[in-house]
Every structure is written in C-alpha cells, then in structure tokens.
Design a binder for this molecule. Structure first.
Ligand SMILES: Nc1ncnc2c1ncn2[C@@H]1O[C@H](COP(=O)(O)OP(=O)(O)OP(=O)(O)O)[C@@H](O)[C@H]1O
Ligand SMILES: [Mg+2]
Length: 294
C-alpha cells in the first residue's frame, strides 16, 4: 500500500470527472411542480446521497434522470452529452437504477432476472437467438457466468434458482442491485435500497455499495436512513418541495438547521417525534411507494 491519504479522505478530495449532470431539471404534473430546477453533478467514483421528506421529489428526479419521465424543463447530460429521455438509451449509456417499488420479473428465477439485465449489453440479435447460432450460445454462457458472479457479489448465490417473487424483501432489493449491475453501468442510482431491511441487512448493503464504488462506479442513493446516508456518502443533497435546499458535505448537511426543520415540518414519518436531529432518525419500518397517500 503506497497511499498516504486514507481512502475516504482521498475520495472526497480528489473527485473524478463529471459523469452524470442534471441542469435545472424540472418536472410538473399539472399544477404540481414536483421537481423545480434541480442541479446535480455526479463525479466518477463518488457516492452522492439524496435526502428529503416524503413527497420532496426524490423519486421523480430519478425518473427524470433515467428517462422514465421526460423533464418539463432542463437537461440531463452523460459525460457532457445530452442523454435522451428514454430508459433504454439511458441504460445503454451506462446509467442503471433500482426502484423504490421493486420491479423484478416475479415468475423468473433470481439468476434469470440478472441475466435479463445483461441482455441490454449483449450483441446477439433476434435472428441469432432464433437460430441459436454459435455467437448466441457464447454470449448466453457469458451472460450466465456474469449473472452467477453478480449474485455472489450481492450475497444471493443460494437463491439463484428461486423465483424472484418468493424471495424475502431484502433479497429482492439486493437482486435489483445485481440486475442493475448486469447492465455494466458507470453510474448506479439506488432508490431506498435499505427500505424494509433490518440493521444487519442494512450494514450488508452499505458494504455492498462501498465495494461497488471501489470498483469505480459512481452512486447516487436516496435513503431515509440518515445514519446510512451520513456514514456512506461523500456529498449529500437535500430536496424539499422539489427544490435543492442544500448540497454539501455530510457534516454540513446533518448540522444544517434548515434540513432538520424540513424533516420535522413536513416529514410524514416524523410526525410527533421529539428528536429534531435527522441523523438520529430511524429508517421507516416498512417500505412505502411513490405517490402513496399519507
Ligand atoms: N406520476 C405522477 N403524477 C402526479 N403526481 C406525481 C407523480 N409522481 C409523483 N407525483 C407527486 O410528486 C411529488 C413528489 O413525489 P416523489 O415520489 O418524487 O417524492 P419522494 O421524494 O420520492 O417521496 P418518498 O420519500 O415518499 O418516496 C409528490 O407530491 C407526488 O405525489
Ligand atoms: Mg420516493
């Protein structure tokens, strides 16, 4: 080891190139401005946290970054080039994501779900698949081998042949991460990856994210678990009512009175809570879905 700077400090000090940028991204639904002129730069190899109370616009912002929504205004750039607002183009550019409300193929096995992720990268076309030509067979073998590796990386080797819908909730979340990684992204967006997990599972996901970053990926993570966010992230952006309230180091964000106020003032889960410090908040007991009424 020749490094003299601790890894954590080094990663915070020496940011890589900007991989993914949002420039004044806005998203309206009728009269509701869910995301309002949000800027975000994601550098190679960094972990960026996105926090904010329920309904702040975090998931909607992810949907704008990944082509699920076409932003009403603003643009998304990948390595400086405009990213078309189409999910397939976004994945092919190298941006992968998981969903707050898990989207797996329930009737396929864990292994098959990961293989599906990798198909976005393999080149054998439909004709080759129909003919089961040599190139198809080689790619199929490589796809399977890579999926096996990814299942191992997320700790799901034992579940490879189980149907996705039969897996415990925490396993489904980790399977989604494996499927996202199978698309060989350079940026990974995670929407509440530890929702519904116990502390032990949460720590395992924290380690997994650290390992993914060590492999060179940039990560943007939405979470309500503040201990997780503040221990893991290099930078944190806090969204409130669709706008960036603050974007800074974890230390600055966790001590910002406006952030504390935002959580107490509007956070559904915090109603009635006495402790003002978002760093002390526990994560929600159960996952919640986008647009759920409160
Ligand atoms: N497809 C949609 N149509 C209309 N309104 C929407 C749609 N999607 C989200 N919204 C609204 O946009 C706002 C932001 O929602 P969003 O799901 O992005 O919040 P969030 O920060 O992810 O919240 P949570 O922490 O609860 O997941 C909410 O008022 C929500 O009801
Ligand atoms: Mg959300």
């Amino acid at each position: 080891m020749t490094a003299t700077v601790p890894e954590d400090t080094a990663s915070r000090a020496g940011r890589g190139e900007v991989i993914l940028s949002a420039r004044a991204v806005s998203m309206r639904f009728g009269g509701l401005v869910a995301v309002n002129e949000v800027d975000l730069d994601v550098h190679a190899g960094e972990i960026v946290g996105l926090i904010g109370p329920n309904g702040a616009g975090k998931t909607t912002f992810f949907n704008c970054l990944t082509g699920q929504y076409r932003p009403t205004a603003g643009e998304v750039l990948f390595r400086g080039t405009p990213l078309p607002p189409k999910p397939r183009a976004v994945v092919q550019a190298g941006v992968a994501r998981t969903f707050q409300n898990i989207r797996l193929f329930g009737n396929m096995t864990a292994l098959e779900n990961v293989m599906v992720g990798r198909y976005s990268r393999t080149r054998a076309g439909a004709l080759s698949a129909i003919g089961r030509g040599p190139r198809y067979r080689r790619e199929e073998r490589e796809t399977r081998d890579r999926a096996v590796q990814l299942l191992e990386q997320v700790g799901l080797t034992r579940a490879a042949d189980n149907l996705a819908r039969s897996l415990p909730y925490g396993d489904q979340r980790r399977l989604e991460i494996a499927r996202a990684l199978a698309t060989e992204p350079s940026v990974l967006l995670l929407d509440e990856p530890t929702a519904g997990m116990n502390p032990q599972e949460t720590r395992a996901v924290e380690q997994l994210i650290t390992d993914i970053r060590a492999a060179g990926l940039a990560i943007v993570v939405i979470e309500h678990d503040m201990r997780f966010i503040f221990s893991l992230c290099d930078r944190v952006s806090c969204l409130v009512r669709g706008e960036v309230l603050t974007a800074s180091t974890p230390e600055d964000v966790r001590s910002d009175p406006r952030v504390i106020e935002a959580y107490i003032g509007t956070g559904r889960e915090d109603r009635g809570r006495k402790d003002a410090d978002p760093a002390a908040r526990a994560k929600p007991d159960a996952p919640h879905e986008t647009g759920e009424s409160s």
